[in-house]
Design a protein around this ligand. Structure first.
Ligand code: UDP
Length: 313
């Protein structure tokens, strides 16, 4: 029997590259598409030379050609950190809208199953806590984060339209904050910023008073959840994340302790529309996918620290 083929857009990114690894480990052929705008070829360099792996350098906002049959498409292409989408607002909007349209077109053409990487940003600065999938969110469309939040919301809308109108098999994962090896050191997110500051002996820059919360999921848990969702029959969005919630100040303190750093915490201005609280309600993932995270922050951060030590000079 010939091998199944998976296309991963954004496959050279943090999450995309872990998904390429997982699909290869499942015995599939993988076509990784990335324009390397925020992705990094080093994340997939270990896969080059494997005959089941192919890399196409391409911007998915333009017509996508993939020869031969395709079984699964994981659409992960997008700038994904607040700093990135502030720097790349038009590209962020384009990949979430035009790009998702093109990738859905590929799924329709190939009769492939399509999985959209949506995120907790569709909930904006949430008024209900923890966030359940039936919450419609509190998003400022014209604020600096709007380019990402609305692109993700549009992505979900067009995915459901292709499902309903064209009968494309679709899945939507809503990803909450995730961390692990291959996270970009300079992407401006809390974890890479704090870890690199701590390792370099610089002050940790907590935004606002640090009372805002996030819930961090280790990448291996996230990838397991996404793979289960891909194989399931669920077409409505499913939250995948780790419900263990922590304030950003406590998180910075945790990282100082972990790294034995002599750095101190300094406070900077809170970015506009920064969500005050965030925690996934994973009841549906537990019920439908029989999934829950297994790796606690202590273990996940130890693995992540090893990676950061290896890449930070
Ligand atoms: N944050 C911070 N210092 C930094 C970077 C981020 O205090 O150097 C805060 C940010 O304001 C937010 C939280 O950490 O409240 C998580 O930010 P991140 O960029 O990781 O992701 P977000 O969840 O906001 O998309």
């Amino acid at each position: 029997m010939s091998k199944k083929v998976a296309v991963v857009t954004g496959g050279a990114g943090f999450l995309g590259s872990h998904l390429c690894d997982r699909m290869m480990a499942e015995g599939m052929r993988v076509v990784c598409i990335d324009n390397l705008l925020t992705g990094n070829i080093n994340n997939i360099s270990h896969l080059f030379g494997n005959e089941d792996f192919q890399f196409i350098k391409h911007d998915v906002t333009n017509y996508i050609h993939v020869p031969g049959p395709v079984d699964y498409i994981l659409h992960f292409a997008s700038p994904a950190s607040p700093i990135d989408y502030l720097k790349l607002p038009i590209q962020t909007l384009k990949v979430g809208s035009l790009g998702t349209h093109k990738v859905l077109g590929l799924a329709k053409e190939k009769n492939a199953r399509f999985l959209l990487a949506s995120t907790s940003e569709v909930y904006g600065d949430p008024n209900i806590h923890p966030q359940t999938e039936n919450y419609w969110g509190n998003v400022n469309p014209i604020g600096p984060r709007g380019v990402y939040d609305e692109a993700k919301r549009f992505g979900e809308a067009i995915t459901m339209a292709y499902h309903r109108y064209h009968k494309v098999q679709t899945r939507i994962v809503r990803i909450f904050n995730t961390y692990g090896p291959r996270m970009r050191v300079d992407d401006g997110r809390a974890l890479p910023t704090f870890l690199s500051q701590a390792l370099r002996g610089e002050d940790l820059t907590v935004f606002g008073d640090g009372s805002q919360t996030r819930s961090f999921c280790f990448v291996d848990d996230l990838v397991n959840g996404i793979f289960k969702l891909l194989l399931s029959d669920e077409t409505d969005p499913v939250n995948i994340g780790n419900p263990s919630e922590i304030t950003i100040k406590e998180f910075a303190e945790e990282l100082l302790k972990l790294t034995n750093s002599g750095s101190k915490i300094i406070y900077k201005e809170l970015p506009e529309d920064d969500p005050k609280i965030r925690q996934p309600d994973i009841t549906r993932a537990r019920m439908i996918l029989n999934w829950e995270p297994k790796i606690d922050r202590k273990e996940g951060l130890r693995i992540t620290l090893d990676y950061f030590r290896s890449v930070i000079q």
